[in-house]
Design a protein. Structure first.
Lengths: 478, 478
């Protein structure tokens, strides 16, 4: 199957949800329909022989009886009825069928493996594609097609391929407020028909995709994967989270998606060889995506200048940046003298990390970034808000126009002027006051195109990975 | 100095804040006064010769002119005036003076080191104690004495000793909503008079303290520290976060608190030898404190049963638990058969992690915990909400009485009945809907006495540390 067919799959004009029950909203079918309505998807057709109406729309007994064309079908009924649904779909001339339904080959039972084979045969015969089974399917902002509410609906450059439906929803849900936007997200589950290799091929050539992220538990065809990964990585940054890297994790992955996980070491070595950025969980993947999107231009070395208030956070930043493989160059005497002209001595620490009492004011921060930005050994700047209102004071004092607007502009302008990334590490929030403040501050900085991380350590890890990827790329490794 | 004197310091009846300016609330003095008023502290005296009124209270020109006794003085004026303030305090007969003021020995300047020596001499001569300088001082809920707003004001078992003022505020701020409560928190900065050794001694014998946590950048007297740590650790769990473990971190710690940080390896070996639980940052310390407070009775081995919904989170849990040093015992056939009586086969994974479609309902979860709890190899249970409303759906559907009340009761009862800790890993939240839901759900579970963590990985790390500490303790190591 050539992957050009996937173009149609990512732009369906109409969707049918099989198994939608108006009596039970708390199902994937119910949530999907609500999410599609929220997203403004134009043509949704619930299918359930028990009802004539569902979710305020006409409900049909089967796909064939829907008036007008149906491009995409989402199946949420038991595995036992899979073949009947596929016959129904074949009659209608659909382009793709997504099975949310689980209980196929991943059960490890022989007849379920055979059932999957028959399903694939039916799809090939009728000329449509199958997504899954055992997955949450598609999220395509441009097509207003979504599998969950609250996902970021503006299109953007990131394609995410995920063997976990949970991760396929969590990644855009949590990356959205950090400014990350998506071209297409595909949860492909058991990979019966459409698999990670075809998706990698497609996204490598997809003009709407600038960055490819993937959660993979296992690949069927290692040789093919190697080829598609090489080509993808040569054209675009690739970020990979491999699930099942320990013995227990491997066992778990087999039960999850029937993945024939090959040697973890071989997989990791392959990623390394092709310069794919490897991460250890969804949150780390989000951090790397934030760095790839907003920490621009990418740093030309490991040197970080850390500025902000608080001795504890400064010590922590030092430890965590060094542990992540980054370095904190010393501030040259001339630069230090320049800083002393506008930073007060009292309570200040004129080293790197730099800690001075007025490093909460936009003007002082902007000037400090510009002065430090001149140092060749400093390749990126981190402003940490450890000892800062966001986590500590949180009374709305810093989420107002007086502070937030000039602060965002200052940081953005400094980044543009010094041509080195300016990174923000915002302290975590734990209560309502702090969380409200964090979201307000984050939203403002994200609108200004700044990379926002939720701890110094996370910022350090993500920047170290992106710096390493960029360095190897410049050295000709993929 | 015998540490019994600290009793008075922790129970001041009146506090004077020197340097309080009604024109500038955004100073430590201003924030402290507002926090003390909020906390209901009975007698607060602002001192500033420029004003006769501040913060709606009479303002005095100096400490001596305050009518009635003053127990504790908080100094927020420049270092140059330190000796004058101390003379003023000596005349008044105060018990303790806390210097928020920085710019002393940590500046590395000779005259500032000498200034500190003179300060100590004056304090000894007048018979009062100095906290700091260069620190945020005391937080003692029982005395209504606080250095910041929004800290948990109910007294509890945790004492926290911190060489960073930022960490001294952040730890209770973020640990509060997780249910952790404090006896006394002391930010001791440059440790001119009261140091970590005296504080360890005091908290070892303090009947109000059950757990001792400490953020330490360096100790002056290694031999003495070794002795006090040994005695502390034999009586109570001790959790230590050492700041400055890398070369850059050490350099930073020296500039921060003038700490003569000895060999990191020696310090870490000492902690290990005395069975102190070591953590890498404030967030990890909070996680360990949550585990020590609520993951009871402490696990008798590394075996974890993981239950919840979602294949991706299950794989992630497997990888992260194994990486943390915990294990996932297989579910014996008899137990598996028992589970199948009430858990549906379809879409389920009957391994460990256990993933079944009805593992969102309190009844099914409670029964599952009770059945798995019988397995000897399983020492603790983790319920993860990776694929769960808190992070994903967040529409208030699960924060209501229908779900939340029986859920909390079920988990609590299971923990009591099976006599093994039941741990909750709640997914993170990123938008307003998710954060509101997370806080509501967390608050309910915390009220039920449950240990709540914000990711599977964090739960795994904390439980591995507490399990290891408990095992070594039972083996007679401290």
């Amino acid at each position: 199957m050539s992957s050009v067919f996937l173009d149609h799959i990512f732009m369906p004009r109409s969707v049918s949800v099989v198994g939608a029950s108006p009596e039970n909203f708390a199902t994937f079918a119910g949530f999907t329909i609500i999410a599609l309505i929220d997203a403004g998807f134009p043509a949704i057709y619930p299918v359930n022989p028990k009802y004539t109406e569902a979710f305020g729309m006409p409900c049909y007994p089967n796909v064939s009886s829907i008036p007008g064309p149906v491009d995409h079908v989402i199946v949420c009924i038991p595995a036992e009825m899979a073949l009947d649904v596929l016959d129904d779909c074949a009659g209608k001339g659909v382009k793709s069928v997504h099975f949310f339904t689980a209980g196929f080959s991943e059960s490890g039972e022989k007849e379920r493996v055979e059932l999957e084979n028959t399903m694939l045969y039916k799809a090939r015969a009728a000329g449509f594609r199958i997504i899954g089974p055992n997955c949450t399917g598609l999220f395509v902002p441009k097509a207003r097609l979504t599998c969950a509410t609250r996902l970021p609906m503006e299109p953007g450059p990131v394609a995410f391929i995920s063997q976990s439906g949970g991760h396929a929803q969590d990644l855009p849900l949590h990356a959205g407020p950090r400014g990350v936007r998506f071209s297409k997200v595909v949860s492909y589950g058991n990979a019966l028909d459409i698999d990670e290799c075809e998706l990698f091929e497609y996204f490598t050539d997809d003009p709407e995709t600038g960055i490819i992220a993937a959660y993979i538990e296992g690949v069927r065809d290692g040789e093919r994967f190697k080829k598609v990964l090489k080509r993808a990585s040569q054209k675009k940054p690739v970020v990979i989270y491999k699930g099942g890297i320990t013995e227990t994790g491997l066992r778990s992955a087999r039960s999850h998606t029937a993945s024939m996980t090959s040697s973890v070491q071989v997989f990791q070595a392959l990623c390394c060889q092709e310069n794919a950025i490897q991460v250890n969980d969804v949150q780390e993947m989000i951090d790397v995506l934030v760095a790839l999107n907003f920490a621009v231009p990418y740093p030309q070395g490991t040197g970080v200048a850390v500025i902000g208030q608080g001795g504890g956070p400064s010590v922590q930043a030092s430890d965590q940046l060094e542990a992540a493989g980054l370095s904190l160059p010393s501030i040259p005497p001339g630069i230090s003298a320049e800083l002393r002209q506008f930073l007060p001595m009292a309570g200040a620490i004129f080293t790197n990390p730099l800690d001075a009492t007025n490093l909460v004011f936009p003007d002082a921060i902007g000037e400090t970034l510009r002065v430090l930005g001149k140092v060749t050994e400093i390749n990126m700047m981190m402003y940490h808000m450890g000892f800062h209102p966001v986590s500590r004071w949180g009374e709305g004092r810093f989420s107002n126009d007086f502070f937030l607007k000039p602060m965002g502009e200052t940081l953005h302008n400094a980044m543009v002027e010094i041509k080195k990334p300016v990174i923000l590490a915002l302290g975590p929030a734990s209560d309502r006051v702090g969380m409200e403040e964090l979201l307000t501050v984050q939203q403002a900085f994200v609108s200004d195109g700044l990379p926002v991380f939720h701890s110094i350590e996370k910022a350090a890890l993500a920047m170290a990975r992106v710096e390493g990827w960029h360095r190897r790329k410049n050295a000709g490794i993929s």
